[in-house]
Ligand binder design. Structure first.
Ligand code: DP6
Length: 330
């Protein structure tokens, strides 16, 4: 293919953490302070990449994007160029399959799709086999995406994914623990505040260490990690669910007790949680990321009862999703 005409399209899903990545042990290398476990969602970012005169990131129609939106991605591309010795400038066109207002952090799917599209374009790879034959298997792609945004590394597999911490580069690991067809879980994202979060998760990670409760959390986590892994292994929502709730409240408590305190949970979140405590169906459980919106995690069979309880709310209902996709655009 003529290099100027080569255009690849990457789609990388986003994910919701069951066990939260909160705090880094090494910010420069993006090493997490603790293990995390997520469910890949059936929503993602689609990014096209093709050779260009200079590197730029545009929306799907080719319009420029706000500067604050492209700063982190452009920095990541520069970093990859240096690290991998690719100098070719690329034009990216990107769009999210979920509305900006739904409060899903777009960094996992966004930085994931950017990484995959860039490396496929630089290496002129049309599919995952070609990428692997050039030394870019999924593990390496996930590892490179992690440098852009930690949670992005969990988006390179479908189903449930475990990101294991380690103090040693060689034993850092991300691996799937259940595929997307083995457990029909769903996520109803209740949109309580459509405004963009004002404090980035990167700032939250930094602040975590200032919470007097952070070291207790880290000490408690290995036991919770095993319990979540076991609940996933036996596909037991009633074992998994209560762990999700305790875990997310603990993460938000760490944020709230950090210096300065960070409050992602809003009055609207609190009002919803008290409504949910009274009316939420059994077998459906919540988790909350670095924002005010609430994710209700439940099994397919509960779809109607969850919909009834959420009828008065704006929400986006999605399900467990599969891994990334790559194709050549002609
Ligand atoms: C609350 O991956 O967005 O969503 O590595 O600094 O880009 P950076 O952070 P990011 O952190 C995600 C935090 C979280 C929990 C999680 O996804 O595990």
């Amino acid at each position: 293919l003529h290099s100027k005409l080569f255009c690849v399209q990457a789609r990388v899903p986003t994910n919701i953490a069951f066990l939260k990545y909160w705090g880094k042990s090494d910010a420069a290398h993006q090493w997490p302070a603790n293990d995390s476990i997520s469910m890949t969602l059936d929503l993602g970012t689609v990014t096209k990449a093709s050779p260009a005169e200079h590197t730029e990131i545009l929306d799907a129609q080719g319009n420029s994007l706000p500067r604050h939106f492209v700063l982190k991605p452009l920095k990541h591309i520069e970093h990859l160029q240096k690290l991998l010795s690719f100098s070719e400038p690329l034009q990216f066109r990107t769009h999210n399959e979920f509305p900006a207002s739904c409060g899903i952090a777009s960094s996992a799917s966004g930085l994931g799709a950017l990484t995959l599209a860039a490396i496929a374009a630089w290496t002129r790879s049309s599919n995952f086999d070609e990428l692997a034959s050039k030394g870019f298997g999924l593990e390496r792609l996930a590892d490179l995406a992690r440098l852009g945004s930690g949670s992005a590394c969990r988006s390179f597999w479908g189903g449930m994914v475990h990101w294991q911490r380690s103090e040693h580069a060689a034993s850092q690991m991300v691996a799937p623990i259940a595929n997307s067809t083995s457990w029909a879980l769903r996520d109803a994202i209740v949109i309580l505040d459509a405004n963009e979060k004002s404090i980035s998760s990167s700032d939250g990670h930094r602040a975590a260490w200032t919470s007097p409760q952070f070291s207790d959390r880290l000490a408690r986590l290995p036991q919770r990690t095993s319990a979540i892994l076991e609940a996933i292994a036996v596909r037991d929502i009633d074992r998994l669910g209560p762990l999700l709730e305790v875990e997310c409240l603990e993460m938000h408590n760490i944020a709230a007790t950090s210096e300065p305190p960070i409050h992602y949970i809003s009055d609207a979140t609190r009002a919803f949680l008290s409504y949910w405590d009274q009316h939420g169906p059994r077998n459906a459980y919540y988790t909350i990321d670095a924002g005010p919106n609430v994710h209700i995690i439940y099994e397919e069979a509960q779809k109607d009862s969850v919909a009834r309880v959420l009828a008065g709310y704006r929400y986006l209902d999605t399900k467990v999703g599969h891994g990334p996709e790559l194709s050549v655009v002609l």
